[in-house]
Design a protein around this ligand. Sequence first.
Ligand code: NAG
Ligand code: NAG
Length: 436
Amino acid sequence: MPPRLSVRRFFLCLVCCGGVLLLLGAYHHHSYFLGIANPSPQQPSSAENVPPPTWEEVTEVAYLPTEKELPITFDGPKNWYFSGGSEYPEKSSSPPKIFPYDDPSDRVSEQLMYIPDDYEGYDSPEKVILAYNGLGQWDKKPGTGAFHGCPVNRCSLTDDRNRAGDADAIIYKDHFTHPSVARPANQIWMLYFLECPYHTQSVKYADLFNWTATYRRDSTLVAPYERWTYYDQKIKQRPQMMNYAANKTKKVAWFVSNCGSRNGRLAYARELAKYISVDIYGTCGPLRCPRHDKACFDILDRDYKFYLAFENSNCKDYITEKLYVNGLGHNVLPIVMGARPEDYERSAPEGSYIHVDEFAGPAELAAYLHRLDKDDRLYNSYFKWKGTGEFINTFFWCRLCALMHAPLQHKHFEDVNEWWRGPGVCTPKSWRNMDT
Ligand SMILES: *[C@@H]1O[C@H](CO)[C@@H](O)[C@H](O)[C@H]1NC(C)=O
Ligand SMILES: *[C@@H]1O[C@H](CO)[C@@H](O)[C@H](O)[C@H]1NC(C)=O
């Protein structure tokens, strides 16, 4: 006998199936909202099947988050010198590469994470560092204050020249005058230059210095204007949820106060202006915007696509705030002139700028800028470094103290002038012309 399907049974079945379907739907709905509000990998969510928005979709959304609102991709432990960092170094028996003759890099991170094997804190002898030209320029006071919070802090600062006969180190900032007392055998003499060779003294006695502190990456203590540091060396780019080209109506801006320069930057900018609109603010151009006025820099974020981060001199490793603060500190693409292309490659975030030497001249550069101006995707590719790291405090005094406690190695510069201002260090022309 075939099973009888009564009309009543049929309806009962229909109601049951419908109920189950409704329940299932409700559950899905529920989990969908849960998934949005509190995304967690375990939560089954229909949002999982939705691909992340494409770049074009992102640029369509009405509200675009500012860079500060974007989540930081890195949430692992950070070394102590990052903001919010907590990882402190341990003593190292095999000294890391902290001296320039050990390693061609700037060694800033290694020095910040170095504690000598035999370092015993307060049981170690205090190293006295004499700032021969005073502490005012550093805004530091005599004593141990400069070393508070350092992994190696058993050091003290003095500006008392009477200590020249017994200090462990003497720093000569920007100029050198010979102390009148005899120099102890193990006393370190360090030359500190803030400016580039064109604006610093040629030292009269060039064979007396053991260490240097300058922005050059082969200095004993590298003192860069800023130091970009990735959270994770493997993550140098990340997607940005923002269209950096949006709403911008102007092309190139330049803030400049010193019209004369060693590298012909003004002539270059004027030539560039023949092919693309260049707005020159300051004494060398028609536009005004008072220095230190925040509103001046706001226009870089809002109106301009490009910024001329031109240094006043073309010298090895000479990269200043013009790039780091004016340019990379804003949502604008910096065009750089100054140090060699390979110096920028090592110091600036990956893919964050354009070097003038990538082009034969201003006309070729302008053509590329016009291309970037029309291609938002290409333009935005220069901002993918944002959020992958930080411009860190390089804690100069902490590093100096750590090096003072490192095993003493007798070294000195045969001719510090040759090192600092010898052939090939600076060029009045483009680096492109150096090779030919
Ligand atoms: C562009 O302008 C629109 C309308 O004024 C504004 O809502 C949007 O936030 C702006 N976008 C950016 C990236 O500034
Ligand atoms: C420092 O330099 C001087 C003079 O050049 C040299 O005689 C001395 O050995 C050096 N000392 C150290 C600790 O490197």
